[in-house]
Design a protein around this ligand. Structure first.
Ligand code: G3H
Ligand code: 13P
Ligand code: ZN
Length: 333
């Protein structure tokens, strides 16, 4: 039986994004697959008084089961209240939906927001698919994120060797004809822990670490001029913090030359019309680095709670850092 997100205490992105664009901050969109990630996200959002988007990919649904994840999101609302937040602002969002049927299924089971990612399709096909999802979603007061332009790297099953920046001259036509509520754009970010190849970077002579090329802020500003106040989304925005990579590698991990988006650039983007910033890899890294360290230091321990507790703590610390020091969404509830 279909259920509305409103019955679950969730909210859509409409008001949240309008406030974020006006206030010059961005809403964190954190992916989750496990209970520990969900708990860490809620604890961080409550402690910092931040609205938050909890997002679920197709892969997460396959891994954890769609029904379980939906109930976990409902549980997240109740958990936030239990932690002392009387009116949590939590969105349950489908990340990288790749078909009308998947988006409809999520809407029918209580998601408050969906992404339809038609970015790999020809322009007119992207418009037609996005509009079909928007027409259904809006009947249920569910908000829709669309994507225009292609990110380099792997977008679920869609692989793209190069990044095709969003063309500013297309955004008015696309937003008007689809009726989408927000637009994910390509300005140089990409998914995963290897956002740039070493040959795209320079090396810091002091540390020897790779320094990535800057994001295409000129493209972002062009888009902002075309669509004043329209909510813009950045995918692939993990920073791949060096201290976590160092811990990961110190305990038998192998992530040489991993490189993410510098936080100063995300801070700058948050002040613009960019009002949703997607972070998944940093959470994976925080979790796995902590687990590697714990298991190496405690070789006789075998109770998962023993190593998942520091993993959860480390993710919570990272989420709080993003909210307060990068996106600026704290103290908004
Ligand atoms: O954009 C992709 C997200 O990081 C989700 O990744 O499909 O492996 O769950 P996933
Ligand atoms: P990262 O891989 O940079 O965390 O990006 C996540 C993302 O964009 C999810 O849609
Ligand atoms: Zn993404």
């Amino acid at each position: 039986m279909a259920v509305s997100y409103k019955e679950l205490g969730l909210v859509n992105t409409k008001e949240m994004f309008a406030k974020a664009v006006k206030g010059g901050y961005a809403i964190p969109a954190f992916n989750f697959n496990t209970m520990e990630q969900m708990q860490a996200i809620v604890m961080a959002a409550v402690e910092t008084k931040s609205p938050v988007i909890m997002q679920v990919s197709k892969g997460a649904r396959n891994y954890a089961n769609a029904t379980i994840l939906r109930y976990m999101a409902q549980g997240a609302v109740e958990y936030a209240k239990e932690l002392g937040c009387p009116n949590p602002q939590i969105v349950l969002h489908l990340d990288h939906g790749d078909s009308f049927e998947l988006c409809k299924d999520c809407i029918d089971m209580g998601f408050s927001s969906v992404m339809i990612d038609g970015s790999s399709l020809p322009y007119e096909d992207n418009i037609a698919l996005t509009k079909k999802v928007v027409d259904y979603a809006h009947q249920h007061d569910v908000t829709v994120e669309a994507e225009l332009g292609v990110l380099a790297g792997v977008e679920d099953e869609v692989a793209s060797e190069v990044s095709h920046y969003t063309k500013p001259e297309e955004v008015i036509d696309f937003a008007t004809r689809t009726g989408c509520d927000s637009l994910a754009i390509s300005i140089g970010t990409s998914h995963g822990a290897y956002k740039f190849k070493p040959e795209q970077c320079t090396r810091d002579p002091k540390t020897g670490k790779l320094v990535p090329p800057p994001l295409a802020f000129d493209v972002l500003h062009e888009i902002e001029k075309k669509l004043p106040g329209f909510p813009i989304v950045l995918h692939g925005s993990s920073s791949v913090p060096q201290d976590e990579v160092d811990t990961f590698n110190a305990y038998c991990g192998k992530l040489p030359d991993a490189v993410g988006i510098p936080e100063e650039q995300l801070r700058e983007a948050s002040k613009s019309a960019v009002c949703k910033i997607n972070i998944d890899s940093d959470s994976r890294l925080a979790m796995t680095a902590a687990i590697r360290k714990y298991l190496a230091e405690n070789p006789s321990h075998f109770d998962p709670r023993q190593y998942l507790k520091p993993a959860r703590e480390n993710m919570k610390k990272m989420y709080i850092h993003k909210i307060v020091n990068v996106l600026g969404s704290n103290d908004k509830l």
